[in-house]
Ligand binder design. Structure first.
Ligand SMILES: Nc1ncnc2c1ncn2[C@@H]1O[C@H](COP(=O)(O)OP(=O)(O)O)[C@@H](O)[C@H]1O
Ligand SMILES: [Mg+2]
Length: 358
């Protein structure tokens, strides 16, 4: 199939995507659980919707819930509901997602880090189609097709004892793994045009003037760590910033923070110690003092060439890793999430830069 594939709002013509779509058509009619794995922004939610609308349950409810944004108690009550008086503030009976999705499909997004209690209750509802509301004693029957999504490697989590292997077995009747955008380059321009036209319409522009060849090259060469969500953002921003020119988009603004006036970051001197380029041994006095980032890699906006490209990139990576570790309170699982990496990918990279357990 070489024609651009476009159905509903799913854009793409790469073989990798077409294979996924074929897989979806096969598994959609079954009422079995499906697991969708993919980096952030790869379209897991759209794929889940398509699974539902191609299934026999298409005219029933499609209910979704993001499991990572709720505390354990709240998640339990959102999933399974609660009876009046179950806890302080529970004045009325509350129907959970499992009850509301009865006869239809329930999409549980970002399932990887749910607690043992939630995993246990999920296992039971999958096995027997029944559960009790929080604080309730009556057993409720439900007929729900479960679709779950994660951006982590669940088998590794199961091996590490962080995810129930028996639940994983049940959820993974079939697994759809979405290819990241950088592995389906043919989809970049069709998606970019689709988002650009949508934004032009939103801005009430007469027409979208297209991308210059330099802009197209920029789009094609970027590695899109945030995948389609990031591409959408970047394209919409470029269209909006270009709105009053009546000309093709010349430049893609990938980083909205880029500016010659961007304040420099403060980084610890230790960072220099670990960068492969620093030949000079740091003195004891150097440690724990704080210097401006000008001593480390330059920001893209202030590059003065020539530079050593490889070293520059490596320094950038170390800087990002350290900031992410700090933001994730040095919890590697959390840090991996902040970077859109799997736990094992993060460990690999930390090892490469000798940053493990520091
Ligand atoms: N193939 C596609 N065609 C058009 N838009 C897409 C496609 N895949 C993803 N998107 C859009 O990209 C954004 C991110 O998709 P989403 O399903 O939320 O990703 P994820 O759940 O994997 O993080 C959404 O705005 C979605 O509509
Ligand atoms: Mg999502």
């Amino acid at each position: 199939m070489t024609n651009q594939f476009q159905q509903d709002n799913l854009i793409g013509q790469s073989n990798a995507l077409l294979e996924v779509l074929e897989h979806i058509s096969q598994v959609a009619p079954l009422s079995k659980p499906v697991l969708i794995i993919g980096e952030r922004g790869t379209g897991k939610e759209l794929i889940a919707e398509r699974l539902h609308y191609l299934s026999k349950r298409w005219d029933q409810s499609f209910i979704k819930l993001n499991c990572s944004s709720l505390s354990e108690n709240l998640l339990e009550s959102e999933l399974f509901g609660h009876d009046a008086g179950a806890f302080t503030g529970a004045n009325k009976k509350h129907e959970g997602r499992f009850e509301r999705a009865d006869g239809g499909t329930l999409f549980l997004d970002e399932l990887a880090n749910t607690s043992g209690l939630i995993q246990e209750k999920l296992l039971r509802v999958i096995e027997y189609g029944e559960f009790e509301r929080v604080g309730g004693s009556k057993t409720v029957q439900t007929d729900v097709r479960l679709i779950c999504a994660a951006n982590e490697d669940l088998p590794s989590l199961a091996e590490a004892g962080e995810f129930r292997p028996d639940l994983l077995d049940r959820l993974a009747f079939d697994v759809i793994t979405l290819p990241p955008l950088r592995h389906r380059a043919e989809d970049i321009m069709p998606l970019a045009e689709y988002f650009a036209v949508g934004m032009a319409r939103q801005l009430k522009l007469e027409l979208f003037e297209g991308f210059s060849s330099a802009a197209s090259r920029q789009l094609m060469e970027y590695h899109w760590p945030g995948n389609i969500r990031e591409l959408k953002n970047v394209v919409e921003r470029s269209v909006y910033r270009n709105a009053d020119t009546n000309a093709a988009i010349e430049q893609i603004i990938i980083d909205p923070f880029a500016s010659p006036y961007r304040p420099t970051k403060r980084v610890k001197t230790k960072e220099r110690q670990q960068t492969p380029s620093s030949d000079a041994k740091p003195s004891v006095a150097d440690c724990n003092t704080v210097v401006s980032a000008n001593n480390g890699p330059q920001t893209e906006a202030s590059l003065s060439f020539p530079i050593d490209f490889k070293t520059h990139c490596e320094q950038g990576e170390v800087r990002i890793l350290k900031q992410a570790l700090e933001a994730g309170q040095f919890n590697q699982k959390k840090t991996a999430e902040l970077l859109g990496l799997s736990y094992h990918q993060l460990r690999g990279i930390l090892k490469k830069y000798n940053l493990l357990d520091k």
